[in-house]
Design a binder for this molecule. Structure first.
Ligand SMILES: Cc1cc2nc3c(=O)[nH]c(=O)nc-3n(C[C@H](O)[C@H](O)[C@H](O)COP(=O)(O)OP(=O)(O)OC[C@H]3O[C@@H](n4cnc5c(N)ncnc54)[C@H](O)[C@@H]3O)c2cc1C
Length: 715
């Protein structure tokens, strides 16, 4: 028999395994497993499972009923665009779409709640007498470390049982890519391959006749499992719920979204990309469909090219409408992003440890000194209660819909990692859960890039108040997601803490830190004071909103100083070069996928001298020790943050106070300068076999290397 093992590839179009199965005559099984070990990952959220369920139902229907045509549903596309727009309009009044129905019974798919190896073993045992399993047809996956080890285990199992494991590429990412220089070539080759045939109605009919039906499998599910009904206990209770206003899953829905984008919405893609208001409709909005495999990368690029060609022809013939003017430019920008997608996933494929380790190990001690982690900050950030309205609106938008545009995601990470000095590793799970499109291969490289730990990207510290003013000048987005601020005058909407008490009273919001006000984000309050203009009746309708939890400017300046001090170490530069060689974008354009300029980078190659990595740690620890010497009994300066005891005797951390001391206190700076100067004047430490490149001065440590590791010049 043959097995089509479905993972993050729940679709019928351009699906290698299904296309292969359609050509065969062997008994057949389509299996999908809710895998307990994968579901127990801290990145899993109920909304992910619900989205997958919708995809499974859609696929089951297509395999069982609608046989090989997606055009049947073409008529729906305009409805879906209209629906998307309507959803957008409905965001503020909280209208959600019809609740997902879990009554559906699978007709074609075999779905189990069990580990995949357990299911495969069981299938093998029950079918051995009839020839057992001949082939397992599936897609390659670049996932997190757990799915990586699951895939390795399946490969070993297949080898042991002499079963063919046929894995097909669906992202354009190359396994065991020898050199990053080859990525572009391989990706182009992937795109040039023809799409896999979608099974015809006749083939689907035949496949259904070949289905193996009477297997007794552990954890067999007749219907999709509903995490909200506690049917998947591996997901922690607090993460089992769904997001009412998220995008719906399934290939049919994905195709309609894609079509509406290519035909209409994409026209203003480029101009609308930065604002969370406009990108809602002008953005592709296809990310969850690509992540969960409802749409294939190659298929998207294929239809995109067709559309671009059509528009080009129109342009040539001068029949392009005035409205379609920016369309081609927008589609080119969209096309680049589809390439970025695979570019980023390739990084994780080539370095799976990126999920847990900093890409440039020079940053491994950053934000990980004792006391750096501030739970209160984390909670405020993750709930959208930081007192920065634009940040809070973005987080609450994510919590509600599971989607946010790129710039705002980057801003949330920047705020958490620079202004609040939180470790990217510890904010990663929350973001993974709130992103409906959680794709490990984009998630971790992007997180590290925004947190400044890749070594090869420019430091990006967003000024969140300015971003709010630029991207949401009328406060529409803020008022939608931070309802407490709905009546705040426009001049204060981005900085409500600047309102005096009487404006607060007029706006029916109390900004402040009184304990009782911080309790809830939209709860009713009792006023601690009675504003003159408010009547008794009005006073109970007051809402609370916190004061900013951080001083934006000071925290950013200090964070930049600390990151720069690591960045400027010679050992960091050296490691960064290595990272660039392994992962950096080779695009020569100024703004390439990593946002770096290769030319600028190559100039650092010339300056790189060998240096001791320990410097960085020593630097961070030394500053801690120095600070520790200054500590009094109540306050412990941990270097980057100040820890003091709160009422309950728990540590309360205030990074500002600490930032103002570390590491830029004059004493520290002077020390660091001397230290850095010493390093600069330190003679190169050579071991007997090292050799210095005459062209770029890089100290090569491979004695037999014929060319320089960095610039490739012959020895
Ligand atoms: C910290 C951080 C984490 C992110 N995590 C994810 C994630 O888990 N999954 C995810 O799909 N995207 C992620 N992104 C990238 C980006 O924000 C989303 O792809 C985009 O917002 C999805 O909306 P869209 O489909 O309208 O994108 P469009 O702008 O229409 O782009 C089309 C497609 O291109 C890809 N893409 C777009 N931007 C990028 C990018 N910068 N890097 C790589 N691929 C890109 C996506 O697949 C997207 O669907 C992350 C960005 C940041 C800053």
């Amino acid at each position: 028999m043959e097995i089509v093992w479905l993972k993050r590839d729940i679709r019928i179009i351009d699906h290698g395994p299904i296309a292969q199965a359609a050509k065969s005559n062997r008994p057949l099984l389509f299996i999908y497993n809710y895998e307990p070990d994968q579901l127990s990952e801290h990145s899993v959220h109920g909304s992910h499972v619900a989205f997958v369920n919708e995809g499974l139902i859609d696929l089951d229907k297509q395999l069982g009923l609608y046989a090989g045509t997606t055009n049947d549903n073409d008529d729906d596309s305009s409805c879906t665009v209209a629906k998307a727009a309507e959803d957008h309009r409905n965001q503020s009044n909280g209208t959600s779409r019809t609740k997902y129905k879990y009554k559906y019974k699978f007709q074609v798919l075999t779905v189990c709640h069990a580990g995949i190896l357990f299911t495969l073993n069981s299938i093998l045992q029950q079918t051995r007498q009839n020839g057992g399993i001949h082939r397992i047809l599936t897609h390659e996956e670049t996932g997190h470390l757990k799915s990586f080890s699951r895939d390795k285990a399946v490969r070993r199992w297949c080898k042991t049982h002499s079963i063919i494991l046929w894995e097909c590429n669906q992202t354009g990412v190359t396994r065991c890519l020898k050199s990053r220089d080859d990525f572009s070539k391989m990706f182009t080759a992937f795109l040039q391959e023809p799409l896999w045939d979608t099974p015809t109605k006749a083939q689907l009919e035949k496949m259904r006749q070949r289905l193996v039906r009477k297997l007794k499998l552990y954890g067999l599910c007749e219907s999709p499992l509903d995490p909200q009904q506690n049917e998947i206990l591996q997901i922690p209770f607090e993460h089992r719920n769904d997001r009412a206003d998220r995008q719906r899953g399934g290939e049919t829905e994905g195709l309609a979204i894609l079509e509406s984008f290519l035909l209409r919405r994409g026209r203003h893609y480029s101009s609308g990309i930065s604002s969370p208001n406009t990108s809602w409709t002008t953005g592709g909005r296809i990310s969850p469909y690509v992540t969960w495999g409802n749409l294939g990368t190659r298929y998207i690029i294929h239809v995109l090219k067709q559309r671009q060609e059509e528009l080009r022809q129109k342009k040539k013939a001068n029949t392009i409408g005035a409205m379609d003017g920016p369309f081609l430019k927008s589609l080119a920008a969209f096309s680049s992003r589809m390439h970025w997608r695979s570019h980023f996933i390739q990084k994780l494929e080539s370095e799976p440890q990126m999920e847990t380790n900093d890409l440039c190990s020079a940053y491994q001690y950053l934000r990980r000194q004792p006391g750096d982690w501030n739970e209160e900050y984390y909670v405020a950030w993750s709930k959208g209660m930081t007192g920065f309205p634009f940040v809070d609106a973005c987080m609450r938008c994510l919590i509600r819909h599971g989607w946010l545009n790129f710039r705002m995601r980057a801003m949330l990470v920047s705020f958490a990692t620079y202004n609040l000095w939180l470790d990217w590793k510890r904010i990663a799970p929350h973001l993974a859960r709130v992103f409906l499109d959680y794709e490990p291969g984009i998630h971790y490289p992007q997180l590290q890039m925004q947190a400044g730990t890749t070594g090869i990207n420019a430091m990006r510290v967003y000024n969140v108040t300015k971003q709010g003013k630029d991207q949401d000048p009328d406060g529409i987005f803020i008022k939608k997601y931070v309802p407490e601020l709905r009546s705040v005058p426009l001049e204060y909407i981005h900085e409500p803490s600047k309102m005096n008490r009487s404006v607060q009273a007029q706006s029916r919001v109390l900004i402040g830190s009184d304990e009782e006000h911080i309790q809830s984000c939209d709860g009713q309050l009792k006023m601690p004071f009675q504003p003159k203009i408010a009547s008794k009746r009005d006073s109970v309708e007051f809402k609370s909103y916190p004061n900013p939890i951080a001083d934006e400017k000071k925290s950013a300046t200090k964070a930049k100083e600390i990151v720069s001090s690591v960045r400027n170490q010679n050992s960091t530069k050296r490691q960064a070069e290595e990272v660039y060689l392994k992962h950096g974008s080779r695009s020569s354009r100024n703004s390439n996928m990593d946002g770096i300029k290769p030319k600028a980078l190559s100039s650092t190659v010339k300056r790189v001298k060998i240096d001791d990595q320990r410097n960085i740690r020593t630097m961070l620890i030394q500053s801690n020790l120095t600070n520790a010497g200054n500590m009094d009994k109540k306050k412990i300066n941990t270097g980057m943050t100040t820890v003091s005891k709160n009422k309950d005797g728990q540590d309360r951390i205030d990074p500002f106070k600490a930032f103002s001391k570390h590491p830029s206190s004059e004493q520290e700076e002077a020390k660091q300068l001397v230290h850095t100067k010493e390093c600069m004047h330190e003679p190169l430490k050579k071991n007997g076999n090292d050799w210095t490149c005459g062209a770029c001065t890089y100290l090569n440590d491979k004695p037999l290397a014929p060319t320089c590791f960095v610039c490739g010049t012959k020895r």
